[in-house]
Design a protein around this ligand. Structure first.
Ligand code: OTU
Length: 654
């Protein structure tokens, strides 16, 4: 498998379309390369990588040589069709390749309808986001979705159309332009593992077209289904048990047929062993990139390739598919980033940043970004248990990240918190206890979340908005002891997250401590809607009012975001290094840099005084702007501090 040797005589792959057509050539005296010249440079640089990966993936496929020529033409055409403002944006981004790692970057993730109704509505809210410091918009799925149940848009019916309720293609381009004008990047989901059962490809397959049947994984016997199931896990064991769905319309010659559906029965897994599928999704990526999308969240990245006798998660070929997309995008839309969505064991997540084939060592040749679900989960666990040790151990492990790639750091997202992703690090008993804690099912728990589901004997995952998981009641007011404690916990989660290495992404509503969606009206059987409420713009209007929970939290968070932007050591390049010798309830790490930052967080409800060995007594709390004594540092209940060596401070923007 994966041999680089090719059975046919290798023919060089030529670019068979004309380069340097009208308007694309530069005058001989110009020092800037023309579009055609820079395309040629990028082909020279990245095509060999793409070609090698594609040969590995598709060796043995008939007519692969012709297909490779077509792939090269597809990316070249997309490169030449890239709108000039986007090509210029590429050049600017390439001149500052660490842009997404800088400490002034902040993401915001939202469902378009829940946040602002439509794409035009989102555009109208850019001022609200800019005021918060947002530089990166992650709009959850907005492409045309299957009618009825569609997993919040993760069942795409048409990758070339916008969901009509949300707007039209022009609205997406307008939003991208407005975002770019406001200094923001745009991230969209590409649901690449599966299509909706309603997608035209699936419809054609059901109508008996063999070409489209081959886009999916169709099994024809109960034995082959059972054989695969024996080694597969389940993502939604309660709401969508099993990985296959009977689909009589796909049956041939009076037989039976099952289609592979890792997620819901209406989400049909695509067959990436078919190069036509690779090409279709590449063309989707190129199309959206040329609409102005800056970052692609590759949904369900680990599942792309299937092989019998395996868990079909993170197989080598899955990584090659993603690496090939990266190399091809580097030709056509060179500043576009890939974000891997792999909510799995932390070591496996790191593998999505890439690997050097020769040495086997981590390399930055796959996803530029990946979710740090490990630290997110470990932080929630740390607050529930008052034990910092697992988070410290995890920080040590995560330091292998290639420096040119970055984490997405976050507190909450639209999915459940999957405790089992830490199963390799944390005893099952602890994961079960924490799951019960966040469901409010253990004595003394303040949490207002709900248990979702687990694979096998695993700990059930947790649903709920961050504000509810820390125990905030919707009507809670500052000054009440339980409200103040809840807000301190929420601020701690964000203060620690904003100090970790990565691009932090706020989940919609967290900035105003928005609590769970009202139970009435939630779709039955899909508990994740608990944390997908409508944006509460009345609550947002209270964001400057310190007499409200929303106002207290928004003011504090906004201040953290502004201070962070002035602290270069909080960029996403160098990893956070855990501090040794702290009491068990204190989480502490250092961010190295010209001006290092220490982050210390008291995970408990009791005030403590910590003492750190230091050669200088000149330290400051960077947020409170007060001098502090590191040898006798008081930390209140759930208090967090960012500590810097005293010295000239940078201006914090108002
Ligand atoms: C993703 O999540 C999306 O974020 C979910 O909202 C979708 O339902 C799902 O894909 C299907 O499109 O199980 O709980 O390792 O864990 O792909 C989250 C990755 C999920 C999976 C992830 C999936």
């Amino acid at each position: 498998m994966g041999s680089l040797s090719w059975k046919h005589a290798r023919q060089p792959v030529f670019l068979s379309i004309t380069l340097g057509f009208n308007g694309m050539t530069s005058s001989p005296s110009s020092r800037t390369p023309s579009r055609a010249e820079s395309l040629r440079q990028r082909l020279d640089r990245h095509w060999p990588t793409a070609e090698a990966l594609l040969r590995r993936l598709y060796a043995g496929v008939p007519d692969v040589e012709d297909w490779l020529v077509r792939m090269r033409n597809v990316v070249s055409t997309a490169a030449l069709n890239r709108p000039a403002p986007l090509a210029e944006r590429d050049d600017r981004r390439l001149a500052e390749p660490d842009w997404f790692q800088r400490s002034n970057q902040l993401g915001y993730c939202f469902y378009v309808d829940r946040f602002a109704g439509t794409l035009a509505g989102v555009q109208a809210r850019l001022g609200y986001l800019a005021d918060l410091g947002v530089t990166y918009l992650h709009a959850l799925p907005l492409l045309a979705m299957q009618a009825g149940d569609n997993d919040g848009g993760f069942a795409v019916a048409d990758y070339r159309a916008i969901e009509p309720r949300l707007g039209r293609t022009e609205d997406l381009t307008a939003l991208a332009q407005a975002a770019h004008g406001a200094g923001m990047a745009l991230c969209l989901d590409v649901v690449c593992n599966h299509t909706a059962r309603d997608h035209a490809w699936a419809q054609a397959a059901r109508a008996g077209d063999p070409r489209y049947r081959a886009y999916y994984h169709v099994l024809e016997s109960a034995e082959s289904v059972a054989a695969y199931e024996a080694t597969l896990g389940q993502v939604f064991p309660k709401t969508a048990p099993g990985n296959f769905t009977p689909e009589p319309a796909l049956a041939r010659d009076g037989g039976q047929a099952w289609v592979w559906t890792t997620f819901y029965p209406y989400q049909w897994d695509l067959n990436y062993a078919n190069p036509a599928v690779f090409q279709e999704m590449l063309e989707v990526l190129l199309h959206l990139a040329n609409q102005g999308v800056d970052v692609f969240r590759l949904d369900s990245t680990p599942f792309l390739w299937k092989a019998p006798g395996t868990a079909c998660r993170g197989l080598p070929q899955t990584h090659w598919v993603v690496r090939a997309w990266r190399a091809l995008l580097a030709i056509a839309a060179p500043a576009v980033l890939l974000k891997g969505e792999a909510i799995v064991d932390p070591d496996d997540v790191v593998s999505f940043f890439g690997r050097d084939d020769a040495t086997g060592l981590p390399a930055a040749n796959e996803c530029h970004l990946a979710y740090n679900n490990g630290m997110m989960t470990a932080l929630w666990l740390a607050q529930a248990t008052g034990d910092a040790a697992p988070a410290h151990a995890l920080l040590d492990r995560l330091a292998v990240r290639p420096r040119q790639a970055a984490w997405i750091t976050y507190v909450r997202c639209h999915d459940d918190i999957i405790w089992d992703a830490l199963a390799a690090l944390i005893p099952q008993e602890t994961l079960h206890r924490v799951s019960a804690f966040y469901a409010g099912a253990t004595p003394g728990s303040y949490a207002l979340g709900a248990a979702f589901q687990a694979d096998g004997d695993g700990a059930p995952s947790t649903n709920g908005m961050a504000a509810s998981l820390v125990g905030l009641r919707p009507e809670g007011r500052p000054g009440e002891a339980d409200t103040d404690a809840a807000l301190a916990r929420l601020l701690q989660l964000y203060q620690v997250t904003l100090a970790l290495d990565g691009l932090p992404v706020l989940y919609m509503g967290d900035e105003i401590a928005l609590t769970n969606a009202p139970l009435a009206g939630l779709p039955a059987g899909e508990g994740r809607w608990l944390h997908r409420p409508d944006m509460d713009w009345n609550r947002a209007a209270e964001r400057h009012d310190s007499a409200t929970a929303a106002g207290t939290f928004h003011t504090a968070l906004r201040r953290l975001i502004r201070v962070r932007a002035t602290l270069d050591a909080l960029s996403g390049i160098e990893p956070a290094r855990p501090l040794a010798g702290l009491p068990p309830g204190i989480l502490g790490f250092e961010r190295v840099g010209a001006r290092a930052v220490l982050c210390l967080a008291n995970l408990t409800g009791q005030a403590v005084t910590v003492s750190l060995p230091t050669t200088t007594d000149a330290w400051r709390d960077a947020v409170a702007e007060t001098a502090i004594d590191l040898t006798a540092l008081p930390l209140g209940p759930w208090q967090t501090r960012w500590i810097v060596a005293a010295g000239p401070t940078s201006e914090v923007a108002p």
